[in-house]
Design a protein around this ligand. Structure first.
Ligand SMILES: Cc1ncc(COP(=O)(O)O)c(C=O)c1O
Length: 363
């Protein structure tokens, strides 16, 4: 007889990776593959970060610091918050999963806009809560009014991905503040800011400032995007200390490994490098958006390191497959909630030129 698994597994969508399974990232680059499918940085980490990782590697016979005190202190200094407000995790995905476990249960509700980050549909089934998906509004932007009207006494967690993956759109922090005014204090409002450094509309820390008025607000950040540390798996949340305690309570004690802690603690000291990476991204964004529009394709003005492209009535799967045959990996929109779309991450200048030239030939 086969082993029986929990019924809730049936409702968990399962993650489809953007790069081919069983291949190391460096071998893909060596094979001339343009990896434009996972919103990663095309650049490796700062040299000081790889040196910090090498130093930490000498001591991996020991368990890591379970409280991640150095990394939490550096994050706190960077954002001018208390270290007590900083929760660490094995990638920001782990905070999402832990938040669902800590806040969700049968009878509770978890709400989010859709299409949005592909992990959100895991959270309600995992925790036994009910999922409330609210369609995005005009222009692929979160409809905060519609989300606010879905909030009930049962709502425990509202997720707002800002800027939004996969649609690349951004809401000003002021709008998030207005939304928080409408939401009762028993609801945790988690703003997922994985791409916040790439937006040019606001101070990237504007949402953090809103915490002074809304103690139920949590900002989620990651080292995976602008810091070029996706393979390290380190993310963090800034919120009330009881959020951190709840997240810590549902996880294993050593979730952020020693190399990841060392990498994050060093990377966050190099904000000049962050600025350079953002500048590069903005230059590539202008180039890719102009290229897409000159091909007659619609794409919302991106505030991220990727574009969300409407292919009109063309067959999305065919285009994605034809690009992959030429070694250019992009994401099909259907599994992300947007059939007829593709999501393309900005890579190196030559990757981006290659993508635009290949797309032009295909169209
Ligand atoms: C919106 C959003 N949040 C969180 C994450 C997860 O990042 P991490 O690598 O920190 O788990 C991603 C990764 O793609 C993302 O797009």
């Amino acid at each position: 007889m086969a082993p029986e698994f929990a019924k809730r597994l049936d409702a968990i969508p399962g993650y489809v990776a953007g790069s081919p399974a069983g291949k190391a990232p460096e071998s893909l680059a060596g094979e001339g593959i343009a990896q434009l499918a996972s919103n990663e940085s095309p650049f490796g980490p700062h040299d000081a970060v790889t040196e910090a990782i090498a130093r930490a590697a000498r001591a991996v016979n020991r368990y890591p610091d379970p409280s991640g005190s150095l990394l939490r202190r550096r994050i706190a200094e960077r954002h001018e918050v208390s270290p007590a407000d900083v929760a660490l995790a094995n990638g920001s995905c782990e905070i999402l999963l832990a938040a669902a476990m800590a806040l969700g249960e049968p009878g509770a509700e978890i709400a989010f806009g859709w299409p949005s980050f592909s992990m959100y549909p895991y959270l309600a089934p995992l925790s036994g809560a009910r999922e409330i998906r609210v369609p995005l509004g005009e222009g692929w932007v979160h409809d905060l009014d519609a989300i606010a009207t879905e909030v009930t006494a049962a709502t425990r967690l509202v997720l707002i991905c800002n800027p939004n993956n996969p649609t690349s759109t951004h809401l000003p922090a002021e709008r998030i503040g207005e939304f928080c005014e409408r939401v009762p204090g028993h609801v945790t409002v988690l703003v997922d800011e994985a791409y916040i450094e790439f937006q040019t509309a606001d101070d990237p820390d504007a949402t953090l400032d809103l915490r002074k008025s809304f103690p139920n607000l949590v900002c989620l950040r990651t080292f995976s995007k602008v810091y070029g540390l996706a393979g390290m798996r380190v993310g963090y949340a800034i919120g009330p200390p009881d959020f951190r305690a709840a997240v810590d309570a549902v996880r294993q004690p050593f979730s952020v490994n020693a190399l990841a802690q060392a990498a994050g603690a060093e990377a966050i000291r190099h904000q000049d490098d962050v600025m350079r990476r953002v500048e590069h991204t903005i230059i590539e964004r202008v180039m890719v958006e102009e290229g897409l529009r000159s091909l007659g394709l619609e794409t919302p003005a991106s505030q991220t390191n990727f574009s969300w492209v409407s292919l009109g009535d063309r067959d999305e799967a065919e285009i994605v497959a034809a690009l992959a045959e030429q070694g250019i990996l992009v994401r099909p929109g259907a599994p992300l909630g947007g059939p007829g779309q593709i999501r393309v991450t900005y890579g190196t200048p030559s990757d981006n030129q290659r993508f635009l030239a290949a797309l032009e030939r295909l169209l």
